[in-house]
Design a protein around this ligand. Sequence first.
Ligand code: PGA
Length: 255
Amino acid sequence: MDRRPFIAANWKMYKTIGEAEAFIMDLLPRIKDVKDRDIMIAPPFTALQAVANAVKGIEQCFAAGQNMHFEQNGAFTGEISPVMLRDIGVDYVILGHSERRHIFGEDDAFINKKVLSALSHDLAPVLCVGERLEDREAGMTEEVLRQQLTKGLNGIAVEGNSDLIKKIIIAYEPVWAIGTGKTATPEMAEDAHSFIRKLIEEIFNSTIAENILILYGGSVKSSNITGLMKEEDIDGVLVGGASLDVEHFERIIKF
Ligand code: PGA
């Protein structure tokens, strides 16, 4: 098993173009010798082209959208299409983030259309899943993950598509841990991650399950990443708040 660590920043609705450029210019020299892991940065759409330009040609650094529509174009006021993301040199797109699900009402069927569309446009989807506190307290965590993954990954035939499927990244982000300062313990996260890997085997096959990257997200900081990354099935992290500060993010990258 050779899963390369993947450290992702989700800036949410933070940073102007100038702030994003200054961050990347500060970050790149700090990480120039870090070659054994991949780094993804998802700025707001307005700063996305600037970030994509700044990381262009840097082998281990990628720009990502935080969301997209599944159509290529059309009368969808306020939306951005996969073609537009490709057009500015974006390689990854976060889909189904809990804020999209719970604030903006995106459901699994809608997110599934985006996953299929991303793959067909050669964009790597980072599909976010995760239970709410009430789901966990009701013992429903695994059921919620099963629903989100089987529905979110519906309609992707394994045969003939293994190169496409290899692009998929899963991010396990328990909703109760996002932005709250409450991280899942490494053991809790590992339980969910190993369950997710088993589900991926059921949905696709064991080779895909062994190779797929499963990131943990939810109050990741430089002080807790090491414990999380020691777990067998945790291949990387998706970091919100702690990715906004370049020194802190550098420490996370170099965990
Ligand atoms: P957080 O956000 O690190 O601020 O908890 C993570 C995320 O929402 O991806």
